[in-house]
Design a protein around this ligand. Structure first.
Ligand code: DC
Length: 239
């Protein structure tokens, strides 16, 4: 099989991370969580107390920040870790998973210069193919020529429930209602921003996993990958 590029976009709590990780491991591909990059830059801005409406200062931070995503160890993976995230060389894998950082990431993700810096990094990381990258603009902006694009969605209630369950498992004190509000606000901002809003690419396959588990959804995606691979191989033979 060829090494394809797979873009998975969707709103918060749609299950992108679990799905993208599972598909990557089934195919032996790299997995990349682009949202972690926005979160890492947001964490740095919060730590420096930079106002989240200071576009110039936030763009400077994005340019001067080195975010690295590394594959977790098998033990960390078994415990549910996604990418291990390093901010200027220091691990911040857990620190970026708070609601405060999520909201700040969504706010700084509206700034064009910040996006340009991070999109360039993502394109470099995925240049060789054989990657499953998840985010909001992967199929529309980062890899518009990806061989397979998935737009993953689920009902707002189910998405909020999933996020809340994650918080419960970590022992965070946050009510379901607060998570519902948080997800709603972030959705609105991510979908309505002027630069690279969350939209389904015209050629993305819409997958609604409200009533589907991770295994079933991953199997569907892998089936689509095999189909795309066969199409690409056929095109290669006739070229
Ligand atoms: O995927 P996530 O929830 O960890 O992402 C956090 C925020 O980062 C999200 O609310 C919007 C932003 N983001 C983005 O604008 N583009 C991406 N490709 C990924 C994330």
């Amino acid at each position: 099989m060829q090494k394809l590029t797979i873009a998975i976009d969707g709103p918060a709590g749609s299950g992108k991370s679990s799905l993208a990780r599972r598909v990557a491991s089934m195919l032996g591909y790299l997995y990349m969580d682009s949202g972690a990059m926005y979160r890492a830059v947001a964490l740095k801005a919060l730590r420096r107390r930079v106002p989240l409406n200071d576009e110039q200062a936030l763009s400077t931070i994005a340019r001067e920040t080195h975010v690295e995503l590394k594959r977790p160890s098998p033990e960390q993976e078994a415990a549910g870790a996604k990418n291990c995230v390093f901010l200027d060389g220091v691990e911040v894998t857990d620190e970026i998973r708070t609601e405060e950082v999520a909201q700040a990431a969504s706010r700084l993700a509206t700034i064009q210069e910040v996006r340009e810096v991070l999109v360039a990094e993502q394109q470099r990381a995925g240049a060789g193919g054989g990657i499953v990258m998840e985010g909001r603009d992967i199929g529309t902006v980062v890899f518009p020529d990806a061989e397979l694009k998935i737009f993953l969605d689920a009902s707002p209630e189910v998405r909020a429930q999933r996020r809340w369950k994650e918080h419960q498992e970590k022992g965070d004190k946050i009510s379901l209602q607060e998570v519902v509000e948080e997800v709603r606000e972030r959705d609105r901002r991510d979908r309505e921003r002027k630069v690279s809003p969350l939209v389904r690419a015209a050629d993305a396959v819409l997958v609604d996993n409200t009533a589907m588990g991770i295994d079933e959804t991953a199997r569907i995606i892998v089936m689509l990958v095999k189909e795309r691979d066969a199409t690409a191989a056929k095109a290669g033979r006739t070229a």
